[in-house]
Write a protein that binds this ligand. Sequence first.
Ligand code: NAG
Length: 112
Amino acid sequence: MDGLFNLAKILLGLILNQLTVWNKDVRFYCVNDSSGSPIAYFYFDPYSCPSEKRGGAWMDEVVARSPVFSQGGGSPRLPVAHMVCNVMPSVGDKPSLVTFREVSMVAFSSGH
Ligand SMILES: *[C@@H]1O[C@H](CO)[C@@H](O)[C@H](O)[C@H]1NC(C)=O
């Protein structure tokens, strides 16, 4: 993820900051433009959880960017997306190792 975020910074000028969430495995990020202003948010839920998730990987919006709050001169509502994968979590002292296919799945699903 660090490599992917570094690419996003180099290629697109985007800065990703991890914010805290209620779940130890789900990460929440704020996406800032190159001037440091937030432009979007996304949840990243990487790990397989067979009892709660179907297989595969997918991404969708939670809410879209909307001008609805900007009519009185306020800021627009920023978009929030979620990205869900099924990577095996780390077990004990064995790290979570991903396959090349899983890396490309994360990279391509985040490129929407
Ligand atoms: C990104 O935006 C958030 C929200 O305004 C701000 O708290 C954070 O410091 C910004 N981060 C960077 C690296 O600009």
